[in-house]
Write a protein that binds this ligand. Structure first.
Ligand SMILES: Cc1cc2nc3c(=O)[nH]c(=O)nc-3n(C[C@H](O)[C@H](O)[C@H](O)COP(=O)(O)OP(=O)(O)OC[C@H]3O[C@@H](n4cnc5c(N)ncnc54)[C@H](O)[C@@H]3O)c2cc1C
Length: 496
């Protein structure tokens, strides 16, 4: 459990001092570090895990941005106002309204910074307009893998000698008269280091891996497995509450209804978009599958019964041809064929007559002959034709979208709206822009926009604070000499 420690307890004698201390080596933390250093600050990053293994690694690495030169080259007219309007249309009003224009406004500058100053390889996705966006504006690594985004950020931090101390979680924030002035880290072996900093950036993700915080803020999600990174333990929420920070959008999250059982791989929702349906172990449908994988996960979590995606061979083979990861699931027996409804019912373990009636009702809706009982109107290639295919699936939580509320300079705000001096936050640690509740307010890329966008803002703002504070006598040593040897460990670069 993380905590606060008064600087007076050790007479503000730090083991090391740095201008900007970044807590967490995900997309937010690395961009904050690079932006702060580019603005002239001495920076160090501390990371809980022994390698880069945050949510950014698990993501597709796609960053939405409006008005970039890549868009212009592709003939796409876009601007921050249009982007902000898209975000507001989907999310409605929420606790971080003031951040919508700010993040849309810096998005192009962020992408140009990543391309030109950091050397991140990004291309504009033009073959598909992502959910919620009125134009193509997602900029992603050519591989569409967050692991490659992190790899490029890692190379940049190495090239600039920014230390990233793996296996060194921040366990306490150091406070001095209401201001935050660094953090205490504790390495695996038990060694602690008190790192003083003019500015501390919380880039330590959300609370998807904290059962206690999920119980409080997203109770429906507490009962389902967590598919996100293990480091997302809600440390920023705990520190925020201890410091009197205002929390926002705490019931907002992203989940996925299609984790293949027992394989554990994600089943692309394309199989549903192309006409598949989802039934429970009684053979009954229980919601409109076309709402999307995250919204459907909410229904599945509440339904609390085993679930099965039912589609057909055409859909399986078409999807596998375009999405290799789904093809791997098929190769590993995760998409079983059934020649008849009777065979299908046996695989699901439900009464044949019930399943036959449910499929007939879906077929009629797909043909436009009857209204769907759940209101579904998008049916892709349906009606389904034998042979049918079935995959047992279960919902899982991806990431939370609530956190400490920050201002447009990424400063963490108290309940009364005043900033907590020296403390900045971004990414999963901060209040997101995806609505107050559930998952319907999320626009594709919101996670990384908040992570990298706020990291960019926080890094520069933190560097300005450090520059303003310069002149104070330095009492500590360089952080690289002080942090645990784990800081020198070669990061494990396992992919998604
Ligand atoms: C499966 C999956 C797919 C996703 N796909 C997308 C997508 O396609 N597009 C999108 O925009 N978003 C996506 N997201 C969400 C997106 O990945 C996150 O919103 C974003 O990566 C958050 O970045 P971050 O830097 O805040 O957190 P992270 O990348 O999780 O980094 C936080 C780091 O802080 C470390 N940490 C935590 N506590 C401490 C501590 N006390 N001390 C030191 N270090 C600490 C963690 O170990 C971690 O390494 C996805 C998420 C998941 C789980």
């Amino acid at each position: 459990m993380v905590s606060l420690v008064p600087a007076a307890e050790f007479d503000a004698r730090f083991d090391a001092e740095v201008d900007v201390l970044v807590v967490g080596a995900g997309g937010c933390g690395l961009v904050a570090a690079l932006a702060a250093q580019a603005a002239g600050a001495e920076v160090a990053v501390v990371e809980k895990l022994d390698r880069f293994a945050g949510n950014t690694v698990l993501s597709s690495g796609s960053i939405p941005a409006a008005g970039t030169r890549l868009q212009r080259a592709a003939g796409i007219a876009d601007d921050p106002d249009r982007f902000a309007a898209d975000l507001r249309r989907v999310a409605g009003r929420h606790d971080a309204d003031h951040m919508v224009d700010r993040l849309a406004g810096i998005s192009a500058e962020l992408v140009h910074f990543l391309l030109d100053r950091v050397g991140v390889d990004l291309t504009l996705i033009t073959h598909y307009r992502h959910v919620g966006h009125s134009v193509c504006r997602l900029h992603a690594p050519p591989s569409r893998r967050g692991a490659d985004l992190i790899r490029d950020l890692e190379r940049a931090t190495e090239a600039r000698d920014i230390p990233v101390a793996f296996g060194n979680p921040a366990v306490a924030l150091i406070v001095d008269g209401g201001a935050v002035c660094g953090a205490v880290t504790k390495a695996d072996g038990g060694d602690t280091a008190r790192i003083g900093a003019a500015a501390t950036v919380l880039a330590c993700s959300g609370f998807g891996n904290s059962r206690a915080l999920l119980d409080r803020f997203c109770p429906d999600m507490a009962a389902i497995p967590h598919f996100g990174a293990t480091g997302s333990e809600g440390d920023a929420v705990v520190w925020g509450e201890a410091l009197g920070a205002r929390l926002g959008n705490m019931a907002s999250f992203q989940a996925h209804a299609g984790v293949a059982q027992p394989h554990g791989a994600l089943v692309t929702w394309t199989i549903v978009e192309k006409g598949g349906v989802v039934v429970d172990d009684a053979g009954a449908r229980f919601a409109d599958e076309s709402q999307g994988y995250s919204a459907f996960a909410e229904h599945a979590a509440r339904h609390q019964r085993p679930t099965f995606a039912i589609y057909d061979r055409r859909i399986r083979d078409l999807t596998a041809a375009g999405q290799p990861e789904f093809g791997e699931l098929v190769d590993h027996g995760g998409a079983r064929e059934a020649a008849t409804v009777a065979d299908l019912a046996r695989l699901v373990g439900c009464p044949e007559a019930r399943l036959a009636a449910v499929l007939a009702s879906a077929d009629a809706a797909a043909r436009g002959e009857a209204a769907d009982p759940f209101g579904r109107t998008a049916w892709g290639l349906a009606p389904l034709v034998p042979p049918y295919v079935v995959t047992r699936i279960a919902p899982a939580l991806f990431h939370t979208q609530g956190g400490v509320i920050v201002d447009t300079e990424a400063r963490v705000l108290r309940a009364d709206g005043t900033p907590i001096a020296g403390l900045y936050a971004g990414g999963g640690a901060a209040c997101g822009i995806s609505g107050r509740h559930g998952s319907l307010g999320y626009v594709s890329g919101n996670g990384l926009l908040s992570a990298l966008g706020l990291g960019f803002i926080a890094g520069r703002a933190a560097a300005r604070r450090a520059a303003a504070a310069k002149g104070k006598p330095a009492t500590g040593r360089s952080p690289t000499a002080t942090l645990s040897p784990a800081s020198n460990a070669s990061p494990h670069r396992e992919g998604i």
